[in-house]
Each structure stands twice: as C-alpha cells, then as structure tokens.
Design a protein around this ligand. Sequence first.
Ligand code: 5GP
Length: 117
Amino acid sequence: MAEETIFSKIIRKEIPADIVYQDEWVTAFRDINPQAPTHILIVPNKLIPTVNDVTAEDEQVLGHLFVVAAKVAQNEGVAENGYRLLVNCGSHGGQEVYHLHMHLLGGRRLGPMVVRK
Ligand code: 5GP
C-alpha cells in the first residue's frame, strides 16, 4: 500500500489549500511555491505515487486530468497565450511529492523546457 502524502489531506480538505476545481476524480489547487504567475497542481483523488505506478485502470482518470487542465486554463485566463503541463517522475524527474500530479504553469513565457547543462 502506497503511503499517503500531504496531497491526500488537501483533497479531503483536512488541511487548507487554494482549491480552484474539484470533482469525484480530481482536485486542482494552487502550488504553495509558484514558479509562474499561474501555477496549479491537478491531482487525481486516488493515490497513484508516480507514473511508474500507472495501470490501464487509471486511463480514465488520467485522461480527465487533461480535461480539467483545459478548463482550469480557461478559468485562469491563460488558455489563449498558452501554458505548460508538466509531470515529474521519480528522483531524476525532480518529483518531490509522491502522489502523481500535473503542473499547469502559465502567465508568462516559460523559456526552454529543460535547463541545459
Ligand atoms: P513535484 O516536484 O513533486 O512535481 O511537485 C510538488 C509541488 O507541490 C511543488 O511545486 C511544491 O511547491 C508543491 N507543494 C508541496 N507541498 C505543498 C502543499 O502543502 N500545498 C501546496 N499547495 N503545494 C505544495
């Protein structure tokens, strides 16, 4: 059984977060440490630790993340100029919270996708 993270508590509203959207499948809330004027995390309500743990059963909820991303982008006013959707996986991917989530970043030009070394 995967261990819960702070995101499960946010989803259950046991700890505060600025939730911008919630339905039976996913919850979207503002990142506590925003990297862009708009920085929202779109999280499946079900705990899936990383992309490595995804199974065929998760297809519906993971597809729904994109539907919600489009909706949230519209609501936030970033749809027209564009934005970036990002999913980190594991330590090389820079994942900090082991509850799969999609970052929606927008509101400014985001620059190159990966920092060159
Ligand atoms: P990761 O690096 O795992 O892809 O992204 C985790 C994100 O969660 C980070 O951008 C971090 O700022 C955000 N975060 C971590 N803890 C909290 C929290 O308690 N509340 C909110 N709203 N965001 C959090």
